[in-house]
Design a protein around this ligand. Sequence first.
Ligand SMILES: [Zn+2]
Length: 736
Amino acid sequence: MAQATAERKTSFKKSVSKSAVKYEKLGEMLRKEGQITKDQLNEAIAARKKIDAKMGNVLIQLGYIDEDTLLSFLSRQLNYPIVNISELMINPATMKILTYEQAKQYLVFPIRVANDVLTLAMADPTDNEAIEETQLLTKLSIKAVVSKEKDIINAYKKYYKISEEEYKSFFKDISKDGGEPAIEIKEVDDIGSLVSEAADEVTVEEEEEIKDELTAEAAPIIKLVNGILTKAVRLGASDIHIEPYEKTFRVRYRQDGALYVSLNLPIQIKNALVSRFKILSNLNIAERRVPQDGRIKMRLGKSKSVDFRVSVLPTLFGESIVLRILDKGNLNVDLTKLGFTVEGFANFEKAIKQPFGLVLVTGPTGSGKTTTLYSAINSLNSVDTKILTAEDPVEFNFPGINQVLVRNEVGMTFAAALKSFLRQDPEIILVGEIRDAETAEIAIKAAMTGHLVFSTLHTNDCPSTVGRIIDIGIPGYMVSSALTMVVAQRLMRRICVDCKEEDPNVKKDKQFLIGIGFDEKEIDDIKIMRGKGCPKCNGKGYKGRVAVYEIMTVTEEVKKAITAQVPEDQLRKTAIKEGMITLRMEAIQKVKEGTTTVDEVLKNTVLVKEALPGYLLNPDELIFENDDLIINEGNTDTNFYQLMQGRLEILKDGVKISEISQPGEYFGEMSALLGTARNATIISKGKSIVKVFPGDKIRETLDNYPDISFKIISSLLSRLNDATKKLAVLGEEHIL
Ligand SMILES: [Zn+2]
């Protein structure tokens, strides 16, 4: 052992690169450079003792520095090259230089060996001890490069094939293993007893205002208010409504988009309860005639904090309070988890990674627009990017993003904010909403002059969003040159996984399903699910929500259509041709995957009928009896037909050469296409129903309606195929 130590020292002195030795510990260096304060460093040192993690990791977790800043600090100030391991191909032989345990001990990963020099990816390349030890183990000189900690851990997973459990063990949470104790609000099981305690506290109504303030500070009222807030968070509710009526006083929660009554409160505690909420939100409790807005911050458990946006509105029977829960934990800022399809996500990512352009997210209130935008912004947030947002209200604070609260009353409108943004040299701008021509115009000009601009509109789908912007006065050519993508979205309730079962009724009405957009051919093969209702979902059959997206990428064709200011349905048609999948079709996909129900699809989306002309939408339907003549050989009429029901025979010179029995099959289109007389006779065998279309429209139909055109051609080809086979048989007969 003693020998080993001696050897270690000599070998270390010989080959450790100079830059690594002379620097002090990472934390101290960051402090000297003004990246963190002395207090932050001390706190990190204390936290580091509790959990076995690297200084950089601790500082990141405490939120005092972000990973990109740390990385650029190491590379810029200390000249360590940044290496992204996931982009490299690692030679398996190189990897074997260190065992997983050895690599893990110092959070390093061997990248390459050349000329007795090992290039070593390190989360903290200032860690001399790690370099020294690795050198000793490998008998190689070490060249340290810096990689993100996550990158190194992912490399362990990929190359050392570590288990999922082992992988997860790297992501320790400081708050769970130490850190500051926080004021904890206990979970409430028996809210009913809190209500009666509170009612006991408030007895007679006298000298209202003074008494309200006093009772609002009384323990039972405080407990009840905490109970109401805690319960909402635990249920995952999005809003709390506290509403006084003439004889009742109730609390309702909005959960997964639907309101339901949670508590009926004794009317006598009305004022005390409202006062308590106002005290918590820093509002004037004596003011009861005008609306007020405030905010409550609540700490829940050790590491969780929840914000409530509070709105107080005087109503006929007292003040009504609505609290919107701004739970950062519930805000899914991970783009990959939002509910995009793989393809949709790829398109969205491509649009938001472009250096400039306008990306619009659209949908009604409560459709999850904010979450999508925040997630996009969050994924682009890095030290080398300046991001400015104008919001009304600012729902969450993101470190590193400059967020501006829009306040119309002082002239800080969306348009005013946007104008000043442009003088602040940002790369990315988020405008909460485009409501007027001025905002729209500045946003579009910003997008055209090298900024990536995000905004929202209250429109129903992608094509109508373009229409709305043109309607508020922006010419089509400007819209088309700025716009890169429109995303329309909805949130649908998700079927509870604990009581999911196949819906026994919904498939009985096939016509209904076809009518709302299901494909006739696949109905038999799919399972349509529902939630039966169970304790986990409060008997509702739904738990949580899932987003559906309609994504319109502004391709060359779409751009042309926008520039030409074509009607909405034509733009939709073009967008669909270019790959857009409508909200309804995306929603139906979620039904087929068993995620949501047909009810939710109907509630949240509409079927946009392709704008078919009348002759295709409502053709005449003819009923034929047995042996009725539909087409007569030699005639020069040109209408074409579609079989809906029954069976037809094709006769040539009175001999049956083929038949038509597939519902949906077209026939009779040859004469219209070629302008020749009918070359065969078609008669009904038994009763049949046939749709008739005007022959002079066949060209137009084939040109404009690809779905129909495809079916017509398929029918034609399958008959040709049939005829060829027949001819072959005839040929053989002749030879015989
Ligand atoms: Zn359930």
